[in-house]
Design a protein around this ligand. Sequence first.
Ligand SMILES: [Zn+2]
Length: 219
Amino acid sequence: MGREVDKSFAAARAMMEKAGFKILVPVKVSVDPQLPFMGYTMPEGGSFSIVVSGGSVGSGMLEGLLVHEMSHIYRMQTKHPSHNPAILDEAVENILGENRLLDYQQKSLHDLLNDIQDLYADDIAFSVFRGSRAPFLKDAADFLQSWVKDEPVRSGDTVRDRWANASILVHNARQLLRCRGIMLRMLEVRLLKATSGSSTGLLVNLRRLSHSSVTRWQA
Ligand SMILES: [Zn+2]
């Protein structure tokens, strides 16, 4: 397990650097076999710790996950506002004022902020994937689709259900947006192969497709 993590981390780091997103801070990666979601990143003084789930190792998606986590690190390294805790705290304070949130409301708010940060991390991650062959994209698209919930929560507690369903709505939108990005990247890879890597040929093919699937995905 450790060797696959080290290998994927080295490959992901090299992909980031090649794409112009060099990580300048120390980063360590560890595996939590019990983690119920894919992974997360924690700042630790001047360094960062990425924790990935046991299930992500051997899934074929570890490299993609590590690029995503390092994209968060790049945003923190470059002090992007989306990853600045002081700015996020102030925004939340402005919305809440004197109101205090219950635990489940805090979780919804936390998930919402996380989805926003993911948007900015994925902007980088997809730029990195664009410069690579990224064989994990197909698995990633299937995996993300499996996270989309198509049934609302109906527990009988109306207020609680509203919070949960608003959270599901935002999260679904986030996952679908990611799937769209992955599908566009897969299309690009296929077209590049079909045109033997020629960017002129790629543009010609993209123009041909501009009235079909590409525009539908962008809708
Ligand atoms: Zn993330």
